[in-house]
Write a protein that binds this ligand. Structure first.
Ligand code: AMP
Ligand code: GLY
Length: 426
C-alpha cells in the first residue's frame, strides 16, 4: 500500500521510520518532508493546507492511506474534505474531523467538553471583548499566577502565565481588544493555575476502542533547569517514572474513558491520535489540554518504543477493530534530545552544513529543520529545531548517555542542545 504522511518535522520522520518497517507498506510519500524522510520515501513539495493539491497527488501517486502529522490541516477540516469528495471518501485518513479537532482548535470548546463529561481540569471561564469588565473582575477573584489562553490556534504561543494582576489585565486587553492573535484571541479562557509536573499521554482511537500508547515527558524551555523561553520542544523521555500503574488507572478512568464517551455522545468522528496534556497534581491527573495529533518531540521517543506494526494499528483504526490488534511496547527508556540552531526560539540563521551524520551508532537520528542541498551533496540546517537523537537504555541515564555520546559526532555551526534532560525525573 502507498501511504502519504503530511508534515515535515521530527514527528513525521519518526512516523515514516516506523511505517517503513511494515511489510504491508509499499511506498511512502511525505509532504513536504525533510532530509530524513527523503531517505525513507519520496518527499513531495506540497502545502499541508492545500487540500486540492493533496487530492491531485493522491490520485496521481495511487495513495491509499493518509496520516496527518500536524494539527492545522485537521482543524481546517481535511477529514471533512475527504468525506465530502466522491473519490477521496474511500481513502482512509488518520485524524479527526473538523468538529472533533475543535478539542485542540478551540480551548473554549475543549473546556466545555471537559466540564460536560466531568473530566478533572482547572476551573475556568471564557470571555470576549464585550465581557472584558467581568474578565478583569474574575482575575481579581483569583490568586496568582494568572493563566490566560487564546481560544484558537496561536502557534504554541497562545498561553500566557503572569504573576501580576495588572500585567494580566493588560495582557487581556492585548488579546481581546488589540487582537494580539487575530481571531484566535477573540475569546480568552482564564483559568486557575495548576501546580504540578506535566506529562503527555497518547492514545490511538478508532472512535470506539483505544490503545494506550507510551506516555512521555517533554522539555519545552530553551534553558537548563526549565528556564528561559518556551520552544517547540528540546527533548522527550518515555516512560515517565511517576506514571505508575495507579496513576495510569486514574488517567484511564477519569480522563481517557470519559473523553471517548463524550466523543461518542457528541457524535464526533474521531479516528486518530488523541494527545492528553496532563498535570500531575499530588498524584491526581488534571487535563490541561487536548491535542488532536501526536506530540513533537514526544513522538520521537514514543514511536520507537512500539514494537508492533504501526500500519496494522492504523488498519484497526480504519476498520474500527482496534481492539483486535496487537500493541507491544519496549520496556526500556527512550530519550530524545533535540539539537537546535543558536538563537532559537528567537532569531537564528539557517543553511549551516551538518557533518558527522554517518558516524552514529546505537541511536536513531530523526531530522526536523534539516534539508538536502543536492547541488553540493550536503545536509544543511533549515529551521530552529534541526535534529533529534533517540537512544534506548535500561535507565534514563543510560539512554541519555547514548544520545549525548552520539550528539558529539554531529557538528554544525551554532549547534545547541540541553544537557540536563530528565533532571526532574530522578
Ligand atoms: P498549552 O498551550 O495549553 O499546552 O499550554 C502551554 C503550557 O502552559 C502548558 O504546557 C503548561 O505548562 C502551561 N499551562 C497551561 N495551563 C495551565 C494551568 N492551568 N496551570 C498551570 N500551567 C498551565
Ligand atoms: N510537545 C508538545 C506538542 O507537541 O504540542
Amino acid at each position: 500500500m502507498n501511504i502519504l504522511i503530511l508534515g515535515s518535522g521530527g514527528r513525521e520522520h519518526a512516523l515514516a521510520w516506523k511505517l517503513d518497517q511494515s511489510k504491508k507498506v509499499d511506498h511512502l510519500f511525505i509532504a513536504p518532508g525533510n532530509a530524513g524522510t527523503s531517505l525513507l520515501g519520496t518527499n513531495l513539495p506540497l502545502d499541508v493546507e492545500d487540500f486540492e493539491s493533496i487530492k491531485t497527488t493522491i490520485v496521481e501517486k495511487d495513495i491509499e492511506m493518509v496520516i496527518v502529522g500536524p494539527e492545522i490541516p485537521l482543524v481546517k477540516g481535511i477529514k471533512d474534505f475527504f468525506l465530502e469528495d466522491k473519490f477521496l471518501k474511500n481513502i482512509p485518513l488518520i485524524g479527526p474531523s473538523k468538529a472533533a479537532a475543535q478539542l485542540e482548535g478551540s480551548k473554549d470548546f475543549a473546556k466545555m467538553f471537559m466540564e460536560k463529561y466531568q473530566i478533572p481540569a482547572a476551573a475556568s471561564r471564557t470571555f470576549t471583548k464585550e465581557t472584558i469588565t467581568e474578565a478583569k473582575a474574575f482575575l481579581e477573584s483569583l490568586n496568582a499566577p494568572y493563566v490566560l489562553k487564546a481560544d484558537g490556534l496561536a502557534g504554541g504561543k497562545g498561553v500566557i502565565i503572569l504573576n501580576d494582576v495588572n500585567e494580566a489585565k493588560a495582557e487581556l486587553n492585548h488579546m481581546l481588544v488589540e487582537e494580539k492573535f487575530g481571531n484566535a484571541s477573540s475569546k480568552v479562557v482564564i483559568e486557575e493555575f495548576l501546580q504540578g509536573i506535566e506529562v503527555s499521554v497518547f492514545v490511538l482511537t478508532d472512535g470506539i476502542h483505544y490503545k494506550l500508547l507510551p506516555e512521555a515527558k517533554d522539555y519545552k524551555r530553551i534553558g537548563e533547569g526549565d528556564t528561559g523561553l518556551n520552544t517547540g520542544g528540546m527533548g522527550s523521555i518515555s516512560p515517565v517514572p511517576f506514571v505508575t500503574g495507579e496513576f495510569l488507572e486514574k488517567v484511564k478512568s477519569k480522563i481517557i474513558e470519559p473523553t471517548l464517551l463524550g466523543i461518542q455522545k457528541e457524535n464526533l468522528d474521531y479516528r486518530g491520535f488523541i494527545f492528553f496534556g496532563l498535570m500531575n497534581v499530588n498524584g491526581e491527573p488534571y487535563l490541561i489540554e487536548y491535542n488532536c495529533r501526536m506530540g513533537d518531540p514526544e513522538t520521537q521517543s514514543v514511536i520507537p518504543r512500539i514494537k508492533s506494526d504501526l500500519f496494522d494499528l492504523f488498519e484497526g483504526v480504519v476498520h474500527q477493530d482496534l481492539d483486535t490488534r496487537k500493541l507491544e511496547i519496549d520496556e526500556r527508556y527512550a530519550t530524545s534530545v533535540v539539537m537546535v540552531s543558536e538563537g532559537y526560539p528567537g532569531k537564528y540563521e539557517i543553511g549551516k552544513p551538518i557533518t558527522g551524520i554517518g558516524n552514529l551508532n546505537n541511536c536513531i537520528l530523526f531530522y526536523a529543520g534539516a534539508g538536502n542541498d543536492i547541488e553540493n551533496n550536503v545536509v544543511k540546517t533549515s529551521g530552529g529545531r534541526v535534529l533529534s537523537i533517540t537512544s534506548f537504555g535500561i535507565t534514563i541515564d543510560e539512554a541519555l548517555k547514548n544520545a549525548y555520546t552520539n550528539i558529539e559526532h554531529i557538528q554544525y555551526e551554532g549547534r545547541t542542545f540541553r544537557k540536563d534532560l530528565g533532571f526532574d525525573l530522578k
